[in-house]
Design a protein around this ligand. Structure first.
Ligand SMILES: [Zn+2]
Ligand SMILES: [Zn+2]
Length: 287
């Protein structure tokens, strides 16, 4: 159920040219009663591309903020939404790729910035060098082609390459791009990779949707003192007691919510719904 909020019936500009409105707009409409619109001719590639022709400047959050600010500048709007993804090896499992998505909301009228996030190992992010069409098709099948798009170029460095084929999502296009690249690249090989742009990557689109839902949860959480939206977890306190010996473990005992406007803090105990840690996590019971 929707209730009236600071955002009801307001308009947000979504800084995208990759069809992210498909997942973001319905959620904002349904949850906050907001209309999400796309600026005409908005080029987000100047902020960096996954295929490395243009390197991203700054952190993921800075890049998202930049896009949102640009959209506000161009349109004269008051609220902007932007998203930014990154693909990195999993912090604890280096052979597994992971996808970190953030969705930022900036409200100039209320001087607010709220960020939703999703960390997932659900990604097809991958690349390979192929020497013939058969290898290209084996790779394509593995990464969910043709629902997921592909990129083909001479080598992994798009600056060195004469032709970059992007958004390949049919067999005909794949055959054409691989044939051309094998014939014309100096090594006689082709670099093939997954196209990570949202409209060519339904797996990534799902993660953007989850980050958007996380953002909505944060927007709907308001400060008990001043009612500003974005009352969110800013810290964790370890020390959840062991179920066997009661010693503190490294697991989270409580989280601290903080208001970005008035600084009000509130502690919430047992955020994961458990009051004791599994003895397997205890350094005395399971050294
Ligand atoms: Zn407050
Ligand atoms: Zn113990």
């Amino acid at each position: 159920m929707q209730k009236q909020s600071l955002f009801t019936n307001r308009q947000a500009i979504l800084a995208t040219m990759h069809k992210k409105e498909q997942v973001i707009a319905p959620i904002f409409k349904e949850e906050l009663g907001m209309e999400v619109i796309i600026p005409a001719d908005f080029n987000t590639d100047i902020f960096g591309t996954f295929s490395r022709e243009i390197q991203r400047v700054g952190t993921q959050i800075e890049a998202a903020r930049c896009k949102a600010e640009k959209a506000l500048e161009i349109t004269g709007g008051k609220i902007a939404i932007a998203s930014e993804g990154s693909f990195i090896p999993h912090p604890h499992l280096p052979y597994i790729s992971s996808n970190q998505e953030i969705v930022i909301l900036i409200d100039k009228e209320q001087d607010l910035e709220i960020i939703g996030e999703e960390f997932s190992i659900e990604t097809n992010h991958n690349h390979q060098v192929v020497q013939n069409l058969e290898e290209a098709f084996i790779f394509a099948k593995k990464v969910g082609f043709p629902e997921h798009g592909l990129i083909i170029m001479f080598n992994e460095n798009p600056q060195d390459t004469h032709e970059v084929f992007k958004g390949i999502n049919t067999e005909e296009k794949l055959i054409e791009a691989v044939d051309f690249t094998l014939k014309n690249s100096p090594t006689g090989k082709a670099h093939i990779e997954t196209d990570m742009r949202a409209m060519y990557n339904p797996t990534r689109m799902k993660n953007i949707e989850k980050a958007t839902r996380n953002l909505i949860t944060k927007i709907k959480s308001s400060c008990p003192r001043c009612a500003t939206p974005g009352f969110q977890i800013m810290g964790r306190i370890p020390g959840l007691p062991c179920a066997m010996c009661n010693s503190p473990t490294l697991l989270t005992k409580a989280v601290i919510y903080q208001c970005q406007r008035c600084g009000f803090k509130q502690e919430k105990s047992f955020p994961d719904g458990i009051e004791f840690a599994d003895p397997g996590q205890c350094m005395y019971c399971n050294p």
